[in-house]
Design a protein around this ligand. Structure first.
Ligand code: UT7
Length: 335
């Protein structure tokens, strides 16, 4: 059977830096609260007119990843695009990327698994490569949160956390056993779907209905998060799914060279780090600079870690994510 390896990585974030102090000018929040509760110092927001969108940022990240994989866009046989913030309600981001990059009539698939989107997407890509169906797959995670957040004090529990950006990876067929993606582990628990959600506009909350109801509280066209409930579930599920991946490969936490957790909250990453007794060198965090970029957070962090030389041939890399759905997952990779 074939295995898949990550042969190229890239990321893109908008230039516009939004600091905690910037936010405190438009809502009742402050740098101390945000840093203490989340670790975030600043994030990037698309600026109207800067030419970015979810798909455009995805394209920028993808071009870098394809170049680093040393292949051409015409070698890509499948696009998998993970996002919760597509340019349009339909069609998805995958076909937009295909059009913008002038790619052949290859299939394009969108993944709707929020913060776990990238882990789900590489798991899907891995299966297609393992079966021999495709050799090179482009996986993108991209998010444009900023335009859809409630930037008033009412929304501060959510809006200070999220940022915009994109990351991409090329997965390539390999025949080296014991290297590349060793396994992926996916879960979901729909019972908690509403605990972190954006209800409308959707088929449950069409625009005329929203306007007619004109709700003052709990406005369904802004994201809602039951922060403490999500936090409590996140720390448990992160640990479970990392353990599941390690056990499936007869590995232990001490074998991990680099854990790249989805950048949900620095406190969550630090909690997981402590549970697995990992040193600071064994966990990569960049939420301080970018906030939580949902499906983009792991590929951005993975690319940055790789660019800084923190990921070397033969290293054991663990990706882990948890988020809306609830959905969660891990990927165990021998680089
Ligand atoms: O990526 C997907 C997965 N997402 C997550 O994993 C997020 C998980 N949850 C969290 O990260 C945390 O729950 C938050 C960072 C969202 C919130 O932190 P918290 O420590 O759980 O705070 P809280 O929601 O319990 O709020 C504490 C207080 C409240 O005030 P009172 O009721 O104690 O007077 C909030 O109104 O902090 C207030 N607050 C704020 N104050 C200043 C909430 N947001 C803010 C803010 N600035 N931005």
């Amino acid at each position: 059977m074939y295995t898949s390896k990550i042969s190229g990585l890239g990321y893109y974030v908008p230039e516009n830096v939004v600091t905690n102090d910037d936010l405190s000018k438009i809502m009742d929040t402050n740098d101390a609260w945000i840093q203490e509760r989340t670790g975030i110092k600043e994030r990037r927001h698309i600026k109207k007119g800067d030419g970015n969108s979810t798909s455009i940022m995805g394209v920028k990240a993808a071009k870098i990843a394809i170049e680093r994989a040393n292949i051409s866009k015409d070698d890509i046989e499948l696009i998998i695009f993970a996002t919760l913030s597509p340019d349009m309600y339909f069609p998805g981001g995958g076909v937009r990327v295909q059009e913008m990059m002038d790619m052949k009539t290859i299939p394009a698939l969108d993944v709707r698994n929020q913060c776990s989107g990238f882990v789900y997407a590489i798991s899907v890509a891995d299966q297609f490569i393992k079966t021999g169906m495709y050799k090179n797959i482009l996986v993108i995670g991209s998010e444009n949160h900023s335009g859809g957040l409630d930037m008033s004090t009412r929304g501060r529990g959510v809006s200070v956390i999220f940022g915009d950006g994109a990351g991409a990876a090329v997965l390539t067929r390999s025949d080296k056993e014991g290297k590349g993606i060793l396994s992926t582990h996916l879960h979901s628990e729909g019972a908690h779907a509403k605990e972190l959600s954006l209800e409308g506009p959707s088929t449950e909350h069409w625009v005329p209905e929203i306007i007619a109801e004109n709700p003052q509280e709990n406005i369904p066209y802004y994201p809602y998060m039951n922060g403490q409930f999500v936090f409590k579930n996140a720390v448990v599920r992160f640990s479970e799914v990392i353990n599941e991946g390690l056990q499936a490969n007869n590995l232990s936490a001490s074998d991990i060279n680099m854990l790249i957790p989805h950048q949900a909250n620095l406190r969550i990453s630090q909690f997981v780090q402590k549970q697995f007794k990992l040193s600071n060198d064994q966990v990569y965090n960049n939420i301080q600079k970018y906030g939580n970029t949902t499906a983009a957070s792991i590929p951005i962090a993975l690319t940055e870690a790789w660019e800084k030389g923190k990921i070397k041939e033969g290293d054991l890399i663990v990706l882990a994510a948890f988020g809306s759905g609830f959905t969660w997952g891990s990927a165990i990779i021998r680089w």
